[in-house]
Design a protein around this ligand. Structure first.
Ligand code: UD1
Ligand code: UDP
Length: 374
């Protein structure tokens, strides 16, 4: 048995959403007695990762700096795996923590397995049931589950998914989602933006739509359909303003600029830091997104969400009525958005703050479970 006083835990992450959701865990690990917490970033994302590291004041001990423009999945996997092998060999942690479903997540878990180091999987057990949607995240998450020793399941449904796959109940910990821990630390009703454009928007009298889209399975025609629908919504509804912080993926940027640049009342802006972004969710009227994390944040702030995908591995808020799956066809996205903007009854039905994803104490439970495990 390892003495709790010399427990070395290494958190590995690489993209913006992993960093946001791991930041509260890293902070709790740093505070915990008897734990040496170290962070290794693959930097699968560069600028968007650094935004989060700066905000939460996290200084990685190792930075693999693997990002290349237009990187393929195999490239990310290989570069991450090669870099992680060396770091794990040097650090010899007792446990590696990975988060969610990115390629960094899977490579991190696989590198840990190769080195026979224990794996803790944060945000475990979400399943869409379709291996190509979200692609490749559904399989990244399932394979990471196969490699993990401790599974931190955000919801009861996530836990049931793991049990159905034969994971031993004693290795599953119901924690809530750490995204709520992060969200609660940055949202403030009196928040003022540093960005002029965002301060000037009249959130009371205009109908502000917050739009994001970046999923690999939406690149190409689905994304064109979505952006064209948004353009038509804006042309029809003169009281609508759209704020779209555009992902740094060049493929996303091209489609966004081709369809939405110079459209009146559509603001294409750079990715926002997490603090202004979360506060923008809090101020907008509706959210259109294909993001996973935003599907969890917006319901907690009482904002209706139309999910720009054909299915979701996060059914909880759909069940609660705050989130609807809009799909990726132009007519559907247009119709559902237009309805939400103009049908008060429908809007009010969806605009209830529900929070099936946690109480803000997920990180605390994760650290406690790690200590108990050893
Ligand atoms: C990845 C994750 C996805 C997650 C998303 C969050 C995988 C397979 N996908 O998306 O699950 O939802 O991150 O945003 O792991 N880029 C920059 N700077 C950045 C970030 C990205 O320039 O800070 C550009 C680069 O050209 C990069 C491209 O965006 O090659 C795509 O980045 P990548 O991590 O490959 O994105 P996704 O796979 O789309
Ligand atoms: N986010 C952000 N700035 C932005 C857009 C999103 O900080 O301009 C945050 C958002 O609040 C959420 C996370 O990034 O916590 C979601 O990341 P993304 O949509 O890239 O990935 P996903 O959640 O789909 O994996």
């Amino acid at each position: 048995m390892i003495n709790n006083s010399n427990l070395k835990i290494m958190s590995i992450f690489g993209t913006r959403p992993e960093a946001i959701k791991m930041a509260p865990v890293v902070k709790k690990l740093e505070e915990a007695e008897g734990i040496e917490s170290i962070v290794c970033v693959t930097a699968q994302h560069r600028e968007m990762l650094d935004q989060v590291l700066n905000l939460f004041n996290i200084i990685p001990k190792h930075d693999l700096n693997i990002m290349k423009s237009g990187q393929s999945l195999s490239e990310i996997t290989c570069r991450a795996l090669m870099g992680l092998e060396k770091v794990i060999k040097e650090e010899k942690p007792h446990m590696i923590l990975v988060h969610g479903d990115t390629t960094t997540t899977f490579a991190g878990a696989l590198a840990a397995f190769y080195a026979q180091v224990k794996v803790g999987h944060v945000e475990a057990g979400l399943r869409s049931g379709n291996m190509y949607s979200p692609y490749p995240e559904e399989i990244n998450r399932s394979l990471t589950g196969r490699l993990a020793h401790l599974h931190f399941a955000p919801t009861e449904g996530n836990k049931e998914n793991l049990l159905r796959e034969g994971i031993n109940q004693k290795n599953i910990v119901l924690t809530g989602n750490t995204v709520i821990d992060a969200l609660l630390s940055v949202v403030d009703d009196k928040y003022k933006f540093d960005i002029d454009l965002l301060n000037k928007i009249d959130y009371e009298n205009k109908k502000v739509i917050l739009l994001t889209s970046h999923r690999r399975e939406n690149l190409g025609q689905p994304m064109k359909n979505i952006f064209t629908a948004v353009k038509e919504v804006v042309i029809k509804n003169k009281d609508v303003e759209v704020v779209f912080p555009v992902h740094l993926n060049p493929k996303v940027r091209k489609i966004a600029h081709d369809i939405l640049k110079d459209i009146e009342r559509v603001h294409l802006i750079e990715p926002l830091d997490y603090e202004p972004f979360a506060n923008l969710i809090n101020k907008c009227k509706i959210v259109l997104t294909d993001s996973g994390g935003i599907q969890e944040e917006a319901p907690a702030l009482g904002k209706p969400v139309l999910v720009l995908r054909t299915e979701t591995e996060r059914p909880e808020a759909v069940k609660a009525g705050t989130v609807k799956i809009a799909g990726v066809e132009k007519e559907d996205v247009f119709r559902l958005t237009d309805e939400l903007l103009n049908n008060k009854e429908e809007y009010n039905k969806m605009a209830n703050a529900v929070n099936p994803y946690g109480d803000g104490r997920a990180s605390e439970r994760i650290v406690k479970a790690i200590k108990e495990y050893f």
